[in-house]
Design a protein around this ligand. Structure first.
Ligand SMILES: [Mg+2]
Length: 254
């Protein structure tokens, strides 16, 4: 290990004093992956290490359920998954998924928008074929035109939110924070025991909901600002030292 990293690790306080999480919720894009969407393999090892110490890992993501389920399965996690930014919840302990909203209204709104806005493509982004709780238009569509049309429509109750990959038409009950609260209730967890890790504005609601939040290096400035701690390591490189700190804390407390 390079001396500079050793120094950073030595001075870095990853956790509050006398506290260790019993659940860890983790964003995927930009958090476990780099800016080219490549999964950090060391981060996968670190998440497995948490699980081997009895700490369930929850994937909390904007991704649809089939994609999140695949990653959950192949990493070998035991926790539930929080997909579509909290719109869709699933746990291996349940009979089926919980949809906190349905896509039907948002899909109808997209068709209506296509009649009003020249060249708007109601089919939206390719992963809509698996989407269950919202509908996503292409990020290149005219956001201002969509927002003003939606505000005067029968779908004015829906939120219109732009992220890096889409313009989301979504029910306001959808957020990662509200999704994790619903998961915590079903699993009898306290959010006071939860540590969350993320990089982008769609992580802010879970930062607010959980006891402790870590922004990875490369996070959006407002996300780093809101976090309990900011990792000195980019994206997925955050996990090996963070998990090391958690395991050390467990061993010293146990
Ligand atoms: Mg992200």
């Amino acid at each position: 290990m390079f001396m500079v990293e050793r120094l950073l690790l030595g001075t870095m306080e990853w956790l509050p004093e006398d506290w260790v999480p019993s659940v860890v919720a983790v964003d995927i894009d930009g958090t476990l992956t780099d800016e080219h969407k490549r999964l950090n393999i060391e981060a996968v090892g670190a998440l497995r290490r948490l699980e081997s110490h009895g700490i369930p890992v929850v994937l909390a993501t904007g991704n649809v359920r089939p994609i999140t389920y695949g990653l959950w399965r192949f990493i070998g996690l035991s926790g539930p998954i929080c997909c579509e930014n909290g719109g869709v919840l699933w746990s291996p302990d349940w009979d089926g998924a919980v949809l906190r909203a349905t896509k039907d209204e948002a899909r109808a709104a997209a068709d209506w928008l296509a009649e009003r806005i020249d060249q708007l493509n109601a089919e939206g982004i390719w992963s809509n074929q698996w989407r269950e709780s919202e509908w996503c238009l292409k990020p290149t569509e005219d956001l201002a035109a969509i927002q003003s049309a939606m505000a005067e429509s029968r779908w004015s109750n829906l939120d219109v939110v732009r992220t890096g990959f889409a313009i989301h038409l979504m029910d306001p009950v959808i957020s990662k924070g509200q999704g994790l609260e619903a998961l915590a209730q079903r699993h009898a967890w306290s959010l006071d025991e939860m540590l969350v890790v993320g990089d982008a504005p769609n992580d802010l609601s879970m930062f607010a909901a959980a006891a402790w939040s870590v922004a990875v290096g490369g996070a959006f400035p407002e996300v780093a600002e809101a976090a309990s701690v900011v990792s000195p390591f980019p994206h997925g490189e955050t996990f090996a030292p963070l998990v090391q700190a958690i395991v050390e804390r467990l061993e010293h407390s146990g």
